[in-house]
Design a protein around this ligand. Structure first.
Ligand code: KE4
Length: 430
């Protein structure tokens, strides 16, 4: 039964006359699946409600922030209390120190941290700090990883850049990316060759320690070891972009799962609890180059905004108090097993990749370990799956090249309903 969405259609036409593509971020544009986005009215727990009154089980969670679900009471209460003091002062507040302390407590590799307003600002700042600290220019990134819309990193980028077919964006002068070296994820030989040829020029490597932005791709052990060994040998900095994985895969992020201490880490999403926050930090000696302590400039009018700090701190405190991670992992695995069984029963080639509460169902007949293998996925079949699930009341990321997120608000009944819906949809999409 197709869900009816006349109000979304009218509102989207109106928005499209005022905002490019009718959206404030192309990831929401449904470009990869065709059709028009649903216009949302509100979120409650594991559910979104669109302006036509349709209720959907939400596996986007605002693209990661809502690990506790929408409108968690503790988060709302914290924002309300902060609001009663004002919204922004342009001066230091205790809230900023409190969130910094919570982040540093959770992520042992982070001895100092600077708050910014988005993941993009965090990664942009982190590569500037790496270049300023080492005095070198080259940054290595991996095809399919997405680190926000930073000029130097919008090269073979994942997420909506890939979804919409523009992984390397126009409008970026060659000089901005001349020092960006793009390799394939999990390619140890390629990494060794790059360091053999240009090791003395490499300021750092930035990567998603578990990729979400080409769909979920997991780093192989040899690749994880090579990253650390080569950076140490050549004096380059290892930068974990944990904007998505931070506080998602574990309270200490992917680096806690893998037992790796990167030199710098970027964060976002969950540390804002749904309000705009990004952060970068790491070794104290590296962070000492950051202005006003050192010469590497980085600033922001609303960085450390009190409302956002309150929202992020309440989120981290609730995660630490409730420790949802074991249940998130077991329920996500149950969901992935159910989806795999449904795809198998339907005779559809598929790969499932899941870590913690992040997962992707790829319509691919080979394991997905990098951008070339991810790109072989059947995106037309994904589109039929996506719309079939929408009609079943299940809201998935609108691209094959994104991660799905399970929240602490998803109930066992929600997981059961999602598996049952997938079984019906996959049986008929062909
Ligand atoms: P933002 O600037 O969107 O806050 O963060 C950029 C970013 C950096 N690093 C990683 C690993 C990320 O996943 C992101 C943003 N993720 C996308 C979803 N895949 C955000 C969705 C959007 O662009 O609207």
């Amino acid at each position: 039964m197709s869900i009816q969405r006349p109000h979304s259609h009218a509102e989207f036409l109106h928005a499209s006359r005022l905002i490019p593509g009718g959206v404030n971020s192309p990831a929401r544009a449904f470009g990869g699946v065709g059709g028009e986005p649903l216009i949302m009215d509100r979120g409650e727990g594991a559910y979104l409600y669109d302006i036509d009154g349709n209720k959907l089980i939400d596996y986007i969670g605002s693209w990661g922030p809502h690990i506790l679900g929408h409108q968690h009471p503790a988060v709302k209460d914290a924002i309300r209390a902060a609001l009663d003091k004002g919204t922004s002062f342009g001066a230091p507040t205790r809230a900023e120190t409190s969130l910094a302390a919570a982040v540093i407590d959770a992520v042992p590799s982070m001895e100092m941290v600077r708050m910014v307003n988005s993941g993009t600002e965090a990664t942009m700042s982190a590569i500037r700090v790496a270049r300023g600290f080492t005095g070198r220019n080259v940054i290595i990134k991996f095809a399919g990883c997405y680190h926000g819309h930073v000029d130097a990193l919008l090269v073979k980028a994942g997420s909506a850049a890939t979804t919409l077919g523009v992984p390397s964006s126009p409008g970026i002068p060659p000089g901005c990316t001349a020092d960006t070296l793009v390799l394939d994820y999990n390619d140890v030989a390629g990494l060794e060759e790059a360091f053999h040829r240009r090791g003395s020029e490499i300021a750092g490597i930035i990567l998603e320690p578990v990729v979400g932005n080409m769909g979920v791709v997991i780093p192989e052990p040899a690749f994880r070891q090579a990253l650390q060994d080569l950076c140490k040998k050549h004096g380059a900095l290892l930068i974990f972009d944990e904007v998505m994985t931070g506080f998602r895969l574990a309270y200490g992020g992917a680096q806690e799962l893998f037992g790796i201490k990167p030199d710098l880490t970027t964060l976002g999403k969950i540390i804002g609890g749904g309000l705009p926050v990004g952060a970068y930090g790491g070794r104290a000696d590296v962070m000492h180059v950051v202005s006003p302590l050192g010469p590497v400039y980085q600033a922001g009018t609303l960085s450390g905004n009190p409302l956002a700090m309150a929202s992020g701190l309440a989120t981290l405190q609730e995660l630490k108090r409730s420790n949802p991670y074991p249940r998130l992992a077991s329920e996500t695995k149950r969901l992935c097993d159910g989806l795999a069984d449904a795809a198998r029963s339907a005779g559809l080639p598929h790969q499932i990749a899941g870590v913690g509460s992040m997962f992707t169902l790829f319509f691919a007949d080979q394991p997905v370990r990098d951008y070339p293998t991810a790109s072989k996925s059947d995106t037309a079949r994904f589109s039929r799956y996506f719309w079939g699930m929408i009609d079943e009341g299940v809201y998935l990321p609108c691209s094959q090249f994104e991660a799905n997120f399970v929240s602490a608000a998803h109930t066992p009944a929600d997981i059961d309903a999602t598996i049952a819906a997938a079984r019906r949809v996959l049986a008929k999409i062909g």
